[in-house]
Design a binder for this molecule. Structure first.
Ligand SMILES: [Zn+2]
Length: 618
């Protein structure tokens, strides 16, 4: 196995000698959170040159325009003379008669500093963003630093990072020089560049082997609250379980995890989560989280990213295989890439004994509830194909809710059809054997391929109704097959700001309750002119902080119908937060809570299917 990696290294070294794009990122001379980048090119193929930064990158499903963060760009010929250019849009530069182009230099600003100001552009999701904080941390999502020339995307890159001698770079890439002042990496093409993030910090990392795979976990904790070693035991347990669940579907020999904890006097950011790559993942979480919560999140989120090594990273359609960074085309199959992956990230935990079956059911119930905040009759394939467009992008997050539930119902459908012999995992395994890294499938033929690999034409009926069609998925009907029943329960009337109180979020900087823009306001909130983007800082003068949330809820429970109440909010006014009081008479509302639970007396058939579903055994 080592031999294989070694010979690959040699091959890319040969490529470098032939022709490569030498890209230098200077982390030593950093001014005003800006980093200088130099790219040196081999001979141009033509005088008409287009130089791009990505409009979007795989896995993010949003238009981010990474060229926005670049300034002071200069194109130079082989004599060091500047070549005139025109800027086509945020991401693209056009040059004419530029056959002698040999170098481009520019400065890169980070995206983290911009995250809270969405007046000009939607924020970049933090795990695919960039952070430049001299002396502290450099989160280098390479697509935010490095561009490409049309027709030269397959030319190898030699990446040279000039770094403070006492900084360590967490990455899956292998450093090819011995110097403390530079790290040198060879990357086969631009796709490999964007697949290879790095995080430079004062050294805080651990390396270990789990499930036959070499792992490195690097941590940036601004206040020093956490060390990488704190998370080792949990991570190791998770990786062993996950490798066991995947079996021959995953062949990774190494994996790097960059854990960026946000807090202290660092930039204020809000995009918590992670982004997948073939051999690594970048994870961003709030540093204020207790250790147990970080451990649990690592189990959920890092496993999700690692399951992406199956799809879409390995098994995917042509849209992803031939990814167009300047004008991306989306696939119809986010239900599988994201939904199926999210389902795996939960299913492996029950099948490998990391969670109880009650906890598993609770999670699926949450997903059913959360999915109700989205359009349930919009075909998932349509949303997926159009996810970059404004009218669809707010539906994206349903991939983690309904997307996962679609995979669950298809899993149950397959189990039922095959008398428990085959499930969703088996189907994906067969698909990944038929297609792979170098063999994409045709996007509109996926369903036919799934019928072929499973041998069940009924899979297509399921797909046409619930995935490509507009019929809401009958969760209760599927769950019933595995001995699970739906129970509705009404709460007493309660006073709150949104219809589903469970969806309330917390903003630690402002000590305020915050709400996702997709959520529905309660009748009371509507009656006082509350806006979903308002942050609640007090109710009748009672302020909120993370320690006394229960006191606050207890107070809200004393409020009676028709009582006069004052809600103090922070309202965004052209980028400035304005404090104001909203007054009105309380309106209380009953909430229906739907829960799912295991039947006390399932039929023998239901019980058998349930066991097969939850254990993965035949
Ligand atoms: Zn994902």
């Amino acid at each position: 196995m080592k031999k294989l990696a070694f010979s690959l290294g040699i091959l890319s070294a040969f490529l470098v000698n032939a022709q490569s794009i030498k890209t230098t990122i200077d982390l030593v001379n950093v001014k005003d959170d800006k980093v200088a980048v130099t790219m040196e090119f081999p001979n141009m193929k033509s005088g008409d040159v287009k130089f791009h930064f990505p409009k979007t990158v795989p896995g993010t499903y949003s238009v981010d325009d990474y060229g926005r963060f670049v300034e002071g760009i200069k194109f130079l010929d082989n004599k060091g003379k500047e070549i005139p250019f025109s800027k086509v849009n945020d991401n693209t530069y056009a040059l004419k008669n530029a056959k002698n182009l040999s170098k481009v230099t520019y400065l890169v600003n980070d995206s983290f500093d911009d995250e809270m100001d969405t007046s000009k552009h939607k924020a970049v999701f933090s795990p695919s963003g960039t952070d430049i904080e001299a002396g502290k941390v450099y989160l280098i999502n390479t697509h935010g630093f490095i561009g490409y020339i049309d027709d030269m995307q397959d030319v190898p890159y030699q990446l040279v990072i000039q770094k403070p001698a006492d900084f360590y770079g967490t990455t899956a890439l292998v450093d090819q020089d011995k110097s403390d002042a530079t790290d040198t990496f060879t990357l086969a093409n631009y796709a490999k560049v964007t697949d290879s993030p790095l995080m430079y910090t004062k050294p805080d990392y651990i390396t270990f082997n789990a499930g036959g795979m070499d792992l490195v976990l690097g941590v940036y904790s601004p206040s020093g609250k956490y060390k990488a070693a704190d998370f080792k035991d949990n991570l190791e347990k998770m990786v062993v379980a996950q490798k066991k669940f995947l079996g021959d579907m995953n062949t990774n020999k190494k994996y790097a995890i960059m854990l960026y904890l946000s807090g202290g006097d660092g930039p204020q950011i809000k995009g918590f989560g992670a982004l997948e790559h073939h051999e690594s993942t970048s994870v961003v979480l709030p540093e204020m989280m207790p250790k147990e919560a970080i451990d649990a999140t690592i189990t959920d989120v890092v496993s999700h990213e690692f399951f992406h090594t199956v799809n879409p990273l390995k098994t995917h359609s042509e849209e992803i295989h031939y990814f167009d960074y300047a004008d991306p085309k989306m696939s119809q199959h986010l239900w599988m890439y994201e939904g199926g992956t999210e389902y795996f990230a939960n299913l492996f935990q029950i099948q490998e004994g990391l969670i109880t079956k009650e906890e598993f059911l609770k999670r699926m119930n949450e997903k059913i509830k959360n999915s109700k905040n989205y359009n349930d009759t919009m075909p998932f394939t349509v949303m997926s194909k159009n996810v970059l467009l404004d009218e669809y992008k707010d539906q994206y997050r349903n991939v983690y809710e309904k997307g996962a539930l679609l995979a669950m119902c298809l899993d149950i459908e397959l189990r039922k059809l095959s008398n428990g012999e085959m499930g969703y995992r088996d189907m994906i395994r067969k698909l990944s054997q038929r297609f792979g890294e170098n063999k994409p499938f045709k996007d509109d033929k996926l369903i036919d391929e799934l019928v072929t690999v499973t041998g069940y034409p009924q899979v297509k009926d399921f797909y046409n109704k619930y995935i490509a069609g507009s019929q809401p998925t009958p969760y209760a009907q599927y769950l019933n097959m595995v001995g699970v029943e739906l129970k509705s329960q009404e709460t007493p009337p309660i006073f709150w700001f949104i219809k589903d109180a469970n969806q309330t979020g917390y903003d630690e900087k402002d000590n305020a309750f915050v709400f996702d823009e997709s959520l529905a306001l309660s009748p009371f909130a509507k009656s006082i002119g509350f806006k979903i983007t308002d942050k609640v800082v007090a109710l009748d003068g009672k302020t909120i902080n993370i320690q006394n949330i229960q006191d606050f809820i207890n107070y809200s429970k004393t409020i009676k119908e028709g009582q006069n109440v004052t809600v103090t909010v922070l309202r965004d006014n052209g980028g400035k937060a304005e404090k104001m009081d909203l007054k009105g008479k309380a309106i209380l509302e009953k909430m229906t809570m739907e829960t799912i639970q295991f039947k006390a007396n399932p039929t023998p058939e239901e019980k058998k299917l349930q066991d097969q579903w939850l254990t993965g055994k035949k």
